[in-house]
Ligand binder design. Sequence first.
Ligand SMILES: [Zn+2]
Length: 456
Amino acid sequence: MDRPRITIFDTTLRDGEQSPGCSMNVQEKLRLAQQLDRLGVDVIEAGFPIASDGDFEAVQRIAATVRRPIIAGLARACTGDVDRAWQALQGAAHPRIHVFLATSDIHLKYKLRISREKCLEQAREAVRHAKSLCADVEFSPEDATRTDVPFLCQVVEAVIAAGATTVNIPDTVGYTMPEEYGRLIRTLREEVADIDKVTISTHCHNDLGLSVANSLAGVQAGARQVECTINGIGERAGNASLEEIVMAMRVRPDRYPYETAVASEHLYSSSQMLAEITRVPVQPNKAITGRNAFAHEAGIHQDGMLKNPLTYEIMTPQSVGVPDSRLVLGKHSGRHALALRCEQLGHQFERRELDEIYRRFVVLADRIKKVQDSHLLELIQDVSSGNGSNNDASSQGKKFPPAAATLPFPRAVSAAAGANANDSHPAHVSGSAGQATVSIPFTDHHSEQEDYLWGV
Ligand SMILES: [Zn+2]
């Protein structure tokens, strides 16, 4: 396997936890860290030990409990912070001290009130001190993307000489653009001595909605670590979303031929766990893990999905751990999708019965946004009892309706096309996967056009 391996550095517990409404207690952080371990991230930034006793304890507990990944603790570029981080990391199997110091003129002048010379010296000293304690040291020049480039090169070169093993280039304020960020990484690789001896890392904020695009541009330019968070939580508009980074590489290896060790089938459960712990729900249309990420409502989409999911799905829900794709029944749904859902609920109908159910379904769907299975069952019952004596055919075809209010949509194609949850979706594969078909119980839906009445 020649694809370069990308280190996934998860900072959900540090940068993510700093975002409004996302704070977690020690127990919750530990639970999430264990999930991140299952997910297969390489580095867990467990907290900022000097920030509070709670943060210190969380880092300490995670370091003692979660043994496979590297556990990082954040520190400002001063002795007290570095010592405190190191203290918290004592029990770690693989500790990392992460030192940061702002380097942009605007931060130096207004926040730190120090000169560039002082900044350079402080960065060098802090890294040297961290290195005397811990072999694995990361340095972040905060606000790197607004830092004078020659000065940034100077700082990066100094911290490498002082012993840093990873150099992270934060777009702290979410200001950069993909090709600009890529160019910055490339410049560092060209200008800085011994840069090839360290890992270059990205850390992109999402203020302009470009954090994932910027991170990927960084990787294409030579970065080999990506800092990101579950659900993209983080300061202000958040960080690059871990699940989006991982799946972009997995779905488009032709463009992003890189490997991560993330077990993508745990993405959805990780996202759900974080939402449950923080009580911050995932936005419904969130890529990869949102409730609607694999839902299809428009009639023409549903019809295509039934014939072959590859028509509208670039990755299988199973590949990211979503239990199953759902066809949302709404007013845009076609007769075909309705018939299939009825069958899943244990009801097969003759054409005339289905016509009646469809007619009523459309009226109902016009009133309520989404027709749940329970509504549909009620409607079916209504139509069936209304037919009175004409009940033979239906009772013969009818099985009992299951108790569950909703049923996952069956996907016969997944066995053929996406059997291995770890595989990327075969959307780019032609041939055998493309021929996979869903077994559709209704072959007599006479007019294709009818399915598209409310389509697109
Ligand atoms: Zn950040």
